[in-house]
Design a binder for this molecule. Structure first.
Ligand SMILES: Cc1cc2nc3c(=O)[nH]c(=O)nc-3n(C[C@H](O)[C@H](O)[C@H](O)COP(=O)(O)O)c2cc1C
Length: 316
């Protein structure tokens, strides 16, 4: 598997826009994620040298191996993005987002909309593959809706366009993030192609991780929402499945580290405001947390957050 920048049975942290920034990737990597992925990065933003876009490409050695994910529906623009990455970065791979269901993205013909237009998707993958100095992957869904499940054909198309590996999330675009992820379609995709497949959707613990790997025969697995407020999920799965020990700590010490990384990157003002959503995730499952959750919505300083960690630590 020359072009796969990670081992079989690897556990990847899923890309999540607005969540998986450098700080969160560091925390997940420290606690066992084998590979991280950037938030999705607009190829148009790269083309126009947008400052915010290039900040999304920033990462440190602690997050490596990292895959940079790009999106767009114009093959020239996507090719340009791959060339930009060649010059300015050294990711383990470049991933093309063909799974995002968000209306703003979908209506623009980007993300999952490309599953409706396999010819265009093929052109994009080929263009990126032709210039990329790094392995190229594609992340997509089971299909557009229950009437249009085309993940297997789409996977074959990705393979023939030159993708080195693919990631499949077993939901349709219409499902967004609700309902169940379809493990059967992931299994069919794995059988339908010879390139490695990363399986994604509803992996929440060691049992679901093991089932996903065993049942589908996938090369690796990818975890998104279950890592929110619980970066130890990677360590927990590795211990159960592979008897690999990754040291952890108490959850609010990890949350404090996460916050400190965020402050280092973005400064206290932005980091703390952006951290409000993470606080809510970290407080999930804590007894009598309603007052702490209310407090979380208005934190403005690091000390405000530390106070919450301290109080929450007493309620575990
Ligand atoms: C808030 C949020 C943001 C997301 N952003 C992206 C993204 O930028 N790129 C992408 O390919 N998928 C994105 N996803 C989808 C996830 O990568 C993943 O496919 C999905 O959450 C299913 O996995 P899970 O059940 O483990 O959460 C996002 C999901 C969430 C919840």
């Amino acid at each position: 598997m020359k072009n796969i920048p990670f081992n079989k049975n690897s556990i990847l942290l899923a890309p999540m826009a607005g969540i998986t920034d450098s700080a969160f990737r560091k925390i997940c990597k420290k606690y066992g994620a084998d590979v991280t992925v950037s938030e999705m990065i607009s190829s148009k933003g790269i083309y126009y040298r947008d400052k915010k876009t290039s900040s999304l490409m920033h990462y440190t050695a602690q997050e490596e191996p990292i895959i940079i994910q790009i999106f767009g529906n114009d093959s020239e623009c996507m090719k340009n993005a791959a060339e930009y990455i060649n010059l300015h970065s050294t990711p383990a791979a470049v991933d093309i987002n063909m799974g995002c269901p968000a209306p703003k993205i979908f209506q623009n013909g980007d993300g999952c909309a490309l599953m409706k237009d396999p010819d265009k998707a093929y052109k994009i993958i080929r263009s990126v593959k032709q210039v990329s100095a790094f392995p190229v992957s594609v992340k997509f869904r089971s299909g557009i809706d229950s009437e249009h499940i085309n993940a297997v054909e789409f996977a074959k198309m990705c393979q023939s366009a030159g993708a080195d590996f693919i990631t499949v999330h077993g939901r349709t675009r219409s499902q967004f993030y609700s309902g169940k992820s379809d493990i059967e379609i992931i299994k069919s995709v794995v059988s339908g192609v010879s390139i490695p497949v990363i399986a994604n959707g509803d992996i929440t613990d060691a049992v679901s991780a093991k089932h996903m790997l065993d049942y589908t025969g996938a090369y690796g697995i990818m975890i998104g929402r279950a890592a929110l407020g619980n970066p130890f999920i990677f360590a927990e799965i590795k211990k159960e499945l592979f008897n690999t020990f990754v040291p952890t700590t108490d959850i609010f010490s990890a949350a404090r580290e996460h916050l400190m990384y965020a402050v280092e990157n973005k400064g206290e003002f932005s980091a703390v405001r952006e951290f409000r959503k993470h606080l809510l995730y970290y407080l999930k499952g804590i007894n009598n947390a309603s007052q702490l959750k209310r407090m979380s919505n208005s934190v403005i300083t690091v000390d405000d957050c530390l106070k919450i960690f301290e109080l929450a630590g007493k309620n575990i």
